[in-house]
Write a protein that binds this ligand. Structure first.
Ligand code: ADP
Ligand code: MG
Length: 635
């Protein structure tokens, strides 16, 4: 630098930047070329911003400059320069923007990078790691920038990417924009070669909407393929554009390309990725569609064109009917924008509905990838009908845990006189299968939805019903509604003689005894109408909330009053029959107390609500010890 420099100051990078730099400088990432993608994308953003300001009528320095990106290199000195005529940066902006990581989710990103050494490759490529990626190839970076603000001083920034950077004002004359000069590392010389630069740009930056020149030769095809008729776009172009947009290495699962003329004109080009995004939940800023007005980018990743539950969709929307100078802040209040957003949402839902109907196997694949996010749509009341048709659950009729059915299929299999859709919630299919509350449903051959995903419970609770059928958990099922549904014959089931009148009385006293043993841990102990096979279970009386929901609320420290239940006992069970015999001989036999406590705690354990398992384990061990002694004939 031969110009006069004033106000030379050195700054330390923020801690998280240092961490990221340390990872990038030492990374063995094989596709280091993405640094160029990042710098070009920043240049393009800066150009978008100035175009936006200019169309809005703001005062802009050097307003007649062409909007473009230029790349120069020197293979003798191993330098590479990327310049743009974009918005530029003031001194404060350069310190603010380049010295820190403001993006939300970047702290998590760095953490993920640090934790998964072997996966660093994919992660760096997938995320926009931004400006700092330049230090994968740079020994030293110099930035010269001149803000669009009329009298702003040009700024000079320099760093070797270790711990600090210097900033100073330049007294030189400079036109609006930013120039980034990279002194390439010895092992990154290749980026001072025309061919390497050109192929990298073709690969990652081909759809940038401003011309990119390498030494005065234009290298990208500037075209808005979303505005072209479907018939003239090849699959390859779609895939290339998708890759450019998402950094995904695979082609998309689905492409939705639409052009609407009335009542509002807009084009949309949307993609559903083949794989779900692992980082969706920790990097929520990353979703949204790019909004264009008359081919001019207004906003990257706009979050109001699609609801969050369709956040897996990527793409662009472009309209002639919005004003070019619309401000991002007032978009949501713009009626035309709202109509476009509703229409885009419908496009996605209709596409999914068609897919579910015409390509059910492919829909299952979609569901496995994106169903977890999609399920969050339970609060989209305006599209609830379509949403519900698109839901999929495992059920007792599925062959294994991977089976999926729609609510419509469930309803088509309703038993005569069945008016309710039943569901059971549990941590796995196996655990639900063992739930004694399901006995009566198995007996009557009634299908039950099996829900394993915590969000399922919120979905069901907020929907409340599908068509005219209410949802009811098996745990709180109203038995009166089941009375009319006939039992199905089951050969394998153990048959029990009806209890003699006398034994019926003893059973009744046994139940009272059990109640006195459990005290106020239960509200009552009763004969069960729902069990067959299992000995006992806990049920809530006139209570809508399932035990798993209560567990969730307990975890989030919400109180829901006393949580006491009725213990139901099934007389047609071997253990209970034996207990009746024991009770007849000696109503105070300690086995009765032990068995009662055990049945109660086992039921709690199955629900996941047993707080302290020590007593239960001790009791089981004592019982095992005794039975082993019996087995050996010692008693
Ligand atoms: P991101 O682009 O995701 O914001 P980056 O690390 O790539 O993150 O860039 C950080 C910020 O630096 C940008 O948001 C922008 O404000 C500023 N910046 C980077 N490059 C340029 C440029 N060529 N012109 C103007 N500002 C830039
Ligand atoms: Mg960037």
């Amino acid at each position: 630098m031969s110009t006069t420099q004033t106000d030379n100051k050195t700054f330390e990078f923020k801690a998280e930047v240092k961490q990221l730099l340390n990872i990038l400088v030492h990374s063995l990432y094989t596709s280091r070329e993405i640094f160029l993608r990042e710098l070009i994308s920043n240049a393009s953003d800066a150009l978008d911003k100035i175009r936006f300001k200019s169309t809005k009528g703001d005062e802009v320095a050097d307003n007649d400059l062409p909007l473009e990106i230029k790349i120069n290199f020197d293979d003798k000195k191993n330098t590479l320069t990327i310049s743009d005529t974009g918005i530029g940066m003031t001194r404060d902006e350069i310190i603010e923007n380049i010295g820190t990581i403001a993006k939300s989710g970047s702290a998590e990103f760095i953490k993920t990078l640090m934790e998964s050494k072997e996966q660093t490759n994919n992660i760096i490529g997938k995320f926009g790691v931004g400006f700092y990626s330049v230090f994968m190839v740079a020994e030293e970076v110099e930035i010269k920038s001149k803000s669009y603000i009329k009298d702003a001083k040009p700024i000079y920034w320099k760093s070797d990417g270790t711990g600090s950077y210097t900033v100073q004002e330049l007294d030189a004359d400079m036109k609006r924009g930013t120039e980034i000069k990279i002194k390439l590392r010895e092992d990154a010389k290749e980026f001072a070669e025309k061919y390497r630069l050109e192929s990298t740009i073709k690969n990652h930056s081909n759809f940038i909407t401003f011309p990119i020149y390498i030494k005065d030769e234009k290298v990208n095809t500037v075209s808005a393929i979303w505005r072209e008729p479907k018939s003239s776009v090849t699959n390859e172009q779609y895939n290339e554009f998708y890759k450019f947009l998402t950094y995904d290495s695979e082609p998309p699962m689905d492409i939705i390309h639409k052009s609407v003329d009335a009542p509002i004109q807009f084009s949309s080009l949307l993609f559903i990725p083949k794989k779900h995004n692992d980082f969706f939940w920790m990097n929520k800023d990353n979703y949204g569609l790019d909004l264009y007005v008359k081919r001019v980018l207004i906003q990257h990743k706009n979050k109001d064109l699609l609801p969050e539950y369709l956040g897996f969709v990527k793409g662009v929307v472009d309209s002639e009917d919005l004003p070019l100078n619309i401000s991002r802040e007032t978009l949501q209040e713009n009626l035309v924008f709202t109509k476009i957003a509703n229409s885009v949402t419908s496009q996605v839902l209709s596409h999914l509905t068609d897919k579910a109907k015409n390509k059910p196997e492919e829909y299952v694949e979609f569901w496995k990838q994106h169903g977890r996010i999609f399920k969050l749509g339970y609060s989209d009341f305006s599209n609830q009908e379509k949403y519900m048709e698109l839901l999929r659950f495992n059920s007792s009729s599925s062959e294994n845990k991977d089976g999926l059915i729609s609510l419509d299929e469930y309803v088509s299999r309703l038993k005569e006189d069945q008016k309710v859709i039943y569901y059971a919630f549990g941590s796995s299919r196996e655990s639900i299968d063992l739930d004694p509350h399901l006995d009566i449903f198995k007996n009557k051959g009634i299908e039950v939805l099996y829900l394993f995903d915590p969000v399922d419970e919120f979905v069901i609770n907020s929907l409340r019903k599908y068509k005219e059928y209410e949802f009811e958990s098996v745990e709180n099922a109203d038995l009166k509604k089941l009375k009319k549904v006939k039992d199905v014959e089951d050969e394998k089931k153990e048959k029990f003689e009806k209890l003699e009148k006398d034994d019926e009385k003893h059973f009744s006293s046994l139940l009272s005894k059990m109640k006195s043993i459990l005290g106020d841990k239960v509200t009552d102990v009763r004969k069960s109408e729902r069990l067959s096979g299992s000995a006992s279970c806990l049920v809530s009386e006139d209570d809508q909330m399932t035990s798993s929901m209560k567990k969730i609320m307990k975890m989030t420290h919400q109180s829901f009053g006393e949580d006491k239940k009725v213990m139901e006992i099934n007389p047609d069970n071997k253990l209970i029959r034996n207990l009746i015999e024991v009770f007849k001989k000696d109503s105070n036999d300690p086995l009765i107390e032990n068995a009662t406590e055990q049945l109660f705690e086992s039921a709690l354990l199955l629900e996941g609500n047993l707080e302290d398992p020590h007593k239960l384990v001790k009791r089981i061990n004592e019982l095992l010890e005794k039975s082993s002694e019996w087995y050996l004939g010692k008693r």
